[in-house]
Design a protein around this ligand. Structure first.
Ligand code: C2E
Ligand code: CA
Ligand code: CA
Length: 261
């Protein structure tokens, strides 16, 4: 961190109801001077076992909020999501850290989303309580990698979240596998009936996009729509979308693929 080897990239989320990109997820990148790019899937699990995760999450939070403030001055109206670990939620000062960061960067609390995995959210009563407090502050909570963890059907009744992010392993097979499609449709229908928003991760092609569109998914994210991109490319991407939006409105996937490629 001190050597400036970390940076964030941003993956836009497509909101089906608004037919627009209304939020982005911040994803951490580490470029090591000797080993090159090290993916977060390799170093985050190691850092999560140490107290360094608090410093990293705080750095991500501040960097993402400073970027959001910068976009706001350029007229971009977005919400931003950051990923947090179970250990962050267990830290007694975590709420204070969030509140202070939002106030420092003059960001409304409801423009911040906290993403944690379903398993991290369900580690214990204290974590659930923290997530509820985060929500009552006005910050949004999303459950990441949803559908592959501990949560059973009874859990759906009272998850401390607004948004469930359906794991891409549930999304990828829906074109070729009827049972996978039936499973995903059931989760979407049940989740929405319980008052959650549903986001599909890992949307990689037009066929998957079209199916999810017809299945009533609220939000989508994936390489087909947009890969994680640097901050300055977010401005260009969303601008291009706004300009192309009207004429292609009736053919969503064509419009999106033209923009994404
Ligand atoms: P995640 O939160 O589930 O993030 C989604 C991952 O899937 C990202 O990988 C993203 O680049 C990738 N992805 C997005 N769309 C597609 C797609 O269409 N197809 C495929 N195959 N992959 C797609 P990334 O950036 O390598 O991050 C991996 C994981 O590392 C994240 O999974 C998250 O758990 C963790 N992570 C990333 N940044 C942070 C961070 O700042 N803090 C913490 N605690 N964890 C982070
Ligand atoms: Ca995530
Ligand atoms: Ca995920």
């Amino acid at each position: 961190m001190a050597a400036g080897e970390f940076h964030l990239v941003y993956q836009p989320k497509f909101h089906v109801d608004a037919f627009a990109y209304e939020s982005v997820e911040a994803l951490l990148r580490w470029t090591h001077p000797v080993h090159g790019a090290i993916p977060p899937g390799e170093f985050i699990p190691l850092v999560e076992n140490t107290t360094l995760i608090h410093l990293i999450t705080e750095w991500v939070l501040h960097t993402a909020l400073a970027q959001l403030a910068e976009w706001q001055t350029q007229g971009l109206d977005l919400a931003i999501a950051i990923n947090v670990s179970a250990r962050n939620l267990e830290h007694p000062d975590f709420l204070k850290v969030i509140r202070n960061a939002c106030s420092l960067h003059s960001i409304r609390l409801n423009l911040l989303q906290i993403e944690c995995t379903e398993n991290a959210a369900l580690t214990g009563q204290a974590t659930l309580q923290t997530l509820q407090e985060i929500r009552s502050m006005g910050v949004r909570v999303s459950l990441d990698d949803f559908g592959i963890g501990y949560c059973n059907l009874a859990c759906l009744h009272s998850l401390p979240a607004e948004l469930l992010k359906l794991d891409r392993s549930l999304v990828a097979p829906i074109v070729s596998d009827m049972r996978a499609r039936a499973l995903l449709q059931s989760i979407i229908t049940l989740g929405r009936a319980m008052g959650y928003r549903l986001l599909a991760e890992g949307v990689e092609d037009a066929q998957v996009f079209d199916l999810l569109f017809s299945m009533g998914c609220d939000e989508m994210q994936g390489y087909y729509l947009c890969r994680p991109i640097p901050a300055d490319a977010v401005v260009a991407f969303t601008q291009k979308w706004v300009n192309a939006g009207d004429e292609n409105f009736s053919v969503p996937c064509v419009a999106i693929s033209e923009i994404a490629l």
